[in-house]
Design a protein around this ligand. Structure first.
Ligand SMILES: [Zn+2]
Length: 378
């Protein structure tokens, strides 16, 4: 059985080590020592160069004991959002919070503590298991950078669990793919009072384009947003430049492409509508669109063996698991794209990415119990 006190002490230690993205050096050293003590062979990949941070991704491999079978990956991330310096974890009435001026970092240190506690229990009770690969990524919070640069040649798992969402006994098997858009509209500058006929307003082109655009919830699988807009110089200048940033997400890659093309087409059409003859020549604003794939989709079948594994483990504990789709990407999207069939499990964390973040000790214990059961059955 997982030990609530040992689990709480581990969580407190982890929370007190500041680890915002790219500054994971200290927590990486701590985790390397911790997993080595648990009996793992620990290596780091070279991702720190690519992400510009202090540490690469940590891979802790535990040999199988008395059980044949394909290895299982357990994944978490070691970085947090800000403000992360000087976290003081407080435990009151069985609930961890920060002292108030910082995040707590239960995203994702609750998951790390739960995995450590589960592995402690498995070792103590001598539970036979298949090989386990624990992957602790860096820079998850800044665009899944660690996972995107993970050295997959060091892993042999074909299935995995990423502990990185709210809720307990909650499993996420589908998540969208996403594109990021950056649109630069270049109009023609002119004096707004003396010679407006000589100008083409980039702000007007941008406004027309956005007004014609389908945004928000497009359908049950697809969303789109224009998130930032910057431009213009002064009230008396027909604006020359506007830069917009936006995104589209969908569980269906074809719909993602369609929505992305629609957004670009709206800006191009707006530029055409604002065409005018200047000095005898037809002129248009220039529309430059950069689209980058943000993350690939995650679509693990409802009947997949890894989902069945979690269902069986929860059933053995007399519990049941809620299987759902999510609206955002995580490291699991990247694992699935690399052929590791990975679902996401809730860690019990709540109000993440705020200073009001919290996690209940009994919830962390429940997740650790579930992990022990999963490891037993895997
Ligand atoms: Zn997270």
């Amino acid at each position: 059985m997982p030990d609530p006190e040992r689990l709480s002490a581990e969580f407190s230690r982890l929370a007190a080590i500041a680890s915002p993205s790219r500054r994971e050096g200290e927590i990486a050293r701590y985790l390397a020592e911790r997993f080595t003590k648990l009996g793992a062979e620990v290596v780091f990949d070279d991702a720190e160069a690519a992400v510009g941070g202090e540490s690469g991704n940590l891979i802790a491999s535990f040999a199988g004991t008395g059980k044949e079978g394909p290895p299982l990956m357990l994944s978490v991330h070691m970085d947090t959002v800000e403000p992360a310096d000087g976290v003081e974890p407080l435990l009151r009435d069985g609930v961890f919070t920060s002292a108030g001026n910082t995040i707590l970092g239960s995203d994702d240190k609750s998951g790390i503590a739960e995995i450590i506690e589960a592995l402690e229990t498995v070792r103590e009770e001598k539970i036979p298991h298949v090989p386990i690969e624990v992957v602790v990524t860096v820079c998850e919070e800044i665009g899944l950078q660690g996972a995107k640069h993970l050295d997959f040649s060091r892993l042999s798992s074909g299935r995995g669990l990423a502990l990185d969402t709210s809720g307990v006994d909650l499993l996420i098997h589908r998540a969208p793919c996403a594109n990021k858009l950056r649109v630069e509209i270049t109009g023609i500058e002119a004096h707004a009072g003396i010679a407006p006929e000589q100008g083409i307003s980039a702000i007007e082109v941008a406004a027309r384009g956005i007004a014609a655009m389908s945004l928000g919830r497009i359908d049950e699988e697809t969303t789109a947003n224009i998130g930032t807009i910057h431009g213009g110089q002064a009230t008396n200048i027909v604006s020359r430049s506007v830069i917009l940033e936006g995104e589209a997400r969908s569980h269906d890659p074809a719909k993602l492409d369609r929505q992305t093309e629609h957004m670009i087409a709206c800006f191009r059409e707006a530029a055409r509508q604002k065409e005018r003859i200047i000095d005898g020549k037809p002129r248009q604003a220039l529309v430059r669109c950069d689209v980058s794939a943000d993350y690939p989709r995650m679509a693990v079948a409802r009947e997949a063996p890894v989902v069945a594994l979690v269902e069986e483990a929860t059933a053995r504990l007399g519990r049941s698991v809620d299987v759902r789709a999510a609206g955002g990407g995580s490291d699991a999207n990247v694992y699935n794209a690399h052929g590791i069939e990975t679902v996401i499990l809730g860690t019990g964390m709540t109000d993440v990415h705020t200073v009001n973040e919290s996690v209940r000790v009994t919830d962390m214990v429940r997740v650790a119990e579930l992990l022990v059961e999963i490891i037993r059955l895997a």
